[in-house]
Design a protein around this ligand. Structure first.
Ligand code: P61
Length: 461
């Protein structure tokens, strides 16, 4: 067989120095941060895997495009450039820029809530999406396949909707009570897991049958398209852009945090297939919330960078490198016996801390314990996605127990090399080998909302 040679599909033209600290320094830095990695200064982090959101590196073409930005308040040339790219990719008629994903959620989601107590159904609502559903007076129901929670099960599309639950909820609540169906692609909370085209098609069919609108929450829609090409029968010879377009054909609306597959540091968008009435409503509300509809909270230059980034993110060579890099890290961990969500998702490796530290109960936050130990080991920052993030029951005030306790190692796009991934893997494996020594945590201050960001802790010795 002919050998293929593969490495990062770019060379590095500008570098940002990063600093290594000593273990003794990191012990003090973490203590001073109240044992909450969100409170660390990024200068004190060697390899930062907190998020892939807005943390990617832009290309020379994106930086060059920024010089062409038109900063006009109304009718900016940069808006029209971005609009033509969004329309080309989605095939939709209407487009409004916003400053980031949650801006799109804030402007759009209330428009379908005709009275309080309606429901949005999603494979899994991302946390900001859930927050905006609730702020709009609606409730969020998740309907993901059960395989998603069987972390070792080798299923190609663990982000899929459970169609039975979806239909059951529609019938139970009544179709007129469903504000919309939100397809999160890839499914972030499930481990960056993809959703198959067959599943999207089936959801659309159910939605049409009951007269319900479908919305794509597509922060990572290009990564999803790549997985479809790789894994779903009939898509191997298709271009990524055609797969992306077919994905969009099964929705009426596309909401995007462009900080992921838009390859920019800040940005978002709302695109609407053909509902002029909804477009008019969003245009009305975007003005007080985000800004005039031809900038929506973005600089002209940022819209130019996004126009280029959206196209670059659909490049198959880029996507292969991207997905392979995440897989490289995940495979290394798995080979060393570290339990992870498998198959490995698109943007992150999700380490299963229930099995990593089974001696730590959920309300002492096993994934926080592992995350902090990995920081002390090598200055690598991951993020807890488990019971700490989930919070408390609003009525009983009890700590809720998450079905999964993950440390997410989220890989920024085009930022780190495979040597960085080797350091991350070595650090996690070293912590795994000493996992019996890991301690749980208790609060020294618990923030009343979104507690994972600002609470402080102490280890339970
Ligand atoms: C992330 F700790 N994700 O994964 P915005 N939809 C989806 C997302 O993944 C998403 C948004 C909408 C983040 C950033 C983040 O508590 C947190 O541009 C599928 O961030 O507003 C964002 O897009 C929202 C991290 C957000 C968090 C909230 O890391």
């Amino acid at each position: 067989m002919k050998k293929t040679y593969q490495a990062e599909p770019f060379r590095i033209k500008m570098v940002e120095p990063i600093k290594q600290t000593t273990r003794a320094e990191r012990i003090t830095l973490l203590k001073n941060a109240g044992y909450n990695p969100f409170s660390l200064k990024s200068d004190d982090v060697y390899i930062d895997l907190l998020t892939d959101s807005g943390t990617g590196a832009m290309s020379q073409n994106q930086w060059a495009a920024m010089m062409m930005g038109d900063e006009a308040y109304a009718g900016s040339r940069s808006f029209y450039r971005l609009e033509s790219v969004v329309k080309k990719i989605t095939g939709y008629a209407y487009f409004i820029p916003v400053h980031q994903g949650r801006g799109a959620e804030k402007v759009f989601l209330p428009q379908l809530v005709k009275h309080p107590g309606m429901y949005y159904i999603s494979n899994i609502h991302f946390d900001t999406t859930r927050a905006h559903v609730e702020l709009a007076g609606a409730r969020a129901i998740d309907s993901v396949i059960e395989a998603c929670y069987d972390l070792d099960q080798d299923h190609p599309f663990k982000g899929n909707f459970c169609l039975e639950t979806l239909e059951k909820v529609i019938l139970e609540k009544g179709p007129q009570e469903i504000a919309g169906i939100i397809m999160t692609i890839t499914n972030n909370s499930a481990g960056g897991q993809p959703v198959s085209m067959e599943n999207l098609r089936a959801v659309k069919k159910i939605a049409d049958h009951y007269g319900i609108m479908t919305i794509i929450d597509g922060a990572r829609y290009a990564e999803n398209a790549y997985f479809i090409k790789e894994r779903e029968q009939g898509y191997q010879d298709k271009d990524i852009i055609d797969i992306a377009r077919e994905q969009f054909s099964y929705a009426d609306v596309f909401l995007m945090s462009a900080k992921k597959d838009g390859l920019v540091n800040m940005g978002g968008l709302i695109a609407i297939k053909n509902r002029k009435d909804l477009y008019d409503l969003c245009r009305t509300y975007v003005v007080p919330y985000e800004g005039f509809p031809t900038y929506g909270g973005l600089n002209g230059r940022d819209m130019d960078a996004l126009a280029v980034g959206l196209e670059e993110a659909l490049d198959e060579h880029y996507l292969r490198y991207r997905i392979d890099q995440v897989r490289y890290l995940g495979d290394k961990l798995r080979a060393a016996g570290v339990p992870i969500q498998y198959p490995i998702g698109g943007h992150a490796v999700f380490v299963d801390c229930k099995r990593f530290a089974p001696h730590i109960p959920f309300d002492q936050f096993p994934a926080l314990s592992v995350t902090n130990a990995v920081y002390i080991e090598a200055g690598v920052r991951g993020v807890e996605i488990g019971s700490l993030l989930l919070g408390r029951d609003p009525d009983t005030k009890e700590n809720l127990e998450s079905r999964t306790e993950f440390m997410r190692l989220t890989i920024p796009r085009r930022v780190y090399t495979s040597s960085h991934m080797d350091v991350v893997a070595d650090a996690v494996i070293a912590v795994y080998q000493n996992r019996k020594e890991l301690k749980g945590y208790r609060f020294t201050y618990e923030s009343p909302i979104l507690r994972h960001f600002t609470s402080t802790f102490e280890p339970i010795l």
